[in-house]
Design a protein around this ligand. Structure first.
Ligand SMILES: [Mg+2]
Length: 370
């Protein structure tokens, strides 16, 4: 019988800013770097890994509020830590950075527990499937024709991923002619048999989104993500009723109520959940239950290697976003990062999430306090 008195002793927190390889942008945002906030939760000889993609300010938030809330709790009772964190950020307000920080800690604590028990994380959670389907995600509006071609060919021809997503809604929806020509270009590159997804990141109005979809009718788009702002639930529902593609949203959700409101409004055909934002694995599992009660599947948004075990443990799971920026960073930072060859990934068979942090390789990107 393993010692069940093991307690969380410390959270080591660090932030890393990694420049993009090219200018990147979508319908409503542009960026030239990505910041990861990494949490190493320590108990005895074990360390659990979790992270979020968020401003480095999360480091201070974790040290000031979350570490005191979880230190001294049993490593086996992650829901107790999740609840303690939710309570301690009441006045700081959970939506936004606090939830992102909680997610990183929650994921680190689940990984810690699995490592202590010497179990693969998906076995600790209990798996519903042995493989997790992924889709290639990038196709930034800032890409040239050549850059888009290189990326799509890499996913579909080299990696044999049968699902890809590109960004549309360029310049807050004011460049629909280019959106349509890029959709046509993407279809001609990937051929007729690859599922083509688009993501407008909330750049269009509802009717504009329907018009764009109709104008691209020949391109067989099967997934239209955030055609309008994900805060505009009526708009999402309007679009959903008028197009054949599945409408998806949910990537900004940071608590159960957000997802319940989105489902109850009939706003989506598939609910997106980000394990590095929603509250971690603890909340992901509850979000999946909410979606199931509304007859919906969930799709994992970003932070791909952090999501695999939770995705494997979710019965109503559809696919995981293999997002260009995060894949690149996780490949640099972790030994054991998954390979999407063939269009799916397998959860690691070694303890925890199966990842080892390559601190030495990450060091040159380190930001903030040492
Ligand atoms: Mg999106």
């Amino acid at each position: 019988m393993r010692d069940t008195t093991l307690l969380v002793e410390a959270l080591k927190v660090s932030a890393y800013t990694v420049p993009t390889t090219a200018a990147e942008g979508d319908g409503t945002f542009a960026w030239d770097s990505t910041t990861m906030v990494l949490v190493q939760a320590e108990a005895g000889a074990w360390t659990g890994l979790g992270w979020t993609y968020a401003p480095a300010a999360c480091v201070e938030l974790i040290k000031e509020l979350l570490e005191p809330a979880v230190n001294g709790l049993s490593v086996f009772d992650v829901p107790a830590a999740s609840e303690a964190m939710a309570r301690t950020v009441r006045n700081a307000s959970r939506p936004g950075l606090a939830a992102y920080a909680i997610s990183a800690v929650d994921c680190a604590l689940w990984d810690l527990k699995a490592r202590v028990l010497d179990l693969p994380l998906h076995r600790l959670l209990g798996a519903a499937r042995s493989e997790v389907d992924v889709y290639g995600s990038g196709g930034f509006t800032t890409y040239s024709e050549e850059q888009l071609r290189d990326q799509l060919e890499h996913w579909t021809m080299v990696q044999q991923i049968p699902r890809v997503k590109i960004k549309i809604g360029q310049d807050r929806g004011t460049s629909t002619a280019r959106d349509l020509s890029r959709i046509g270009q993407a279809r001609s590159i990937v051929g007729p048999n690859v599922a083509l997804f688009v993501d407008a990141n909330g750049a269009y109005t509802a009717k504009q989104a329907v018009r764009v979809f109709q104008a691209a009718a020949d391109q067989n788009i099967v997934w239209f993500e955030e055609p309008v702002s994900s805060d505009h639930l009526d708009g999402l529902r309007e679009v959903r009723q008028l197009i054949t593609a599945d409408v998806a949203a949910g990537e900004y959700g940071t608590d159960l109520f957000y997802f319940e409101r989105m489902c109850a409004a009939d706003a989506v055909d598939c609910l997106q959940v980000d394990v590095s934002r929603c509250g971690g694995i603890t909340e992901w599992l509850r979000v999946a239950a909410v979606a199931a009660a509304h007859g919906l599947e969930i799709s994992g948004h970003c932070a791909p290697n952090l999501s695999i075990a939770a995705a494997a443990g979710t019965p109503n799971f559809r696919h995981l976003e293999w997002f260009h920026d995060h894949v690149r960073i996780e490949d640099i930072f972790f030994d054991g990062a998954a390979d999407p060859q063939g269009g799916s990934v397998r959860p690691a068979d070694n303890p925890g999430n199966g990842l080892t942090f390559r601190e030495h390789d990450a060091l040159k990107y380190r930001v903030g306090r040492p």
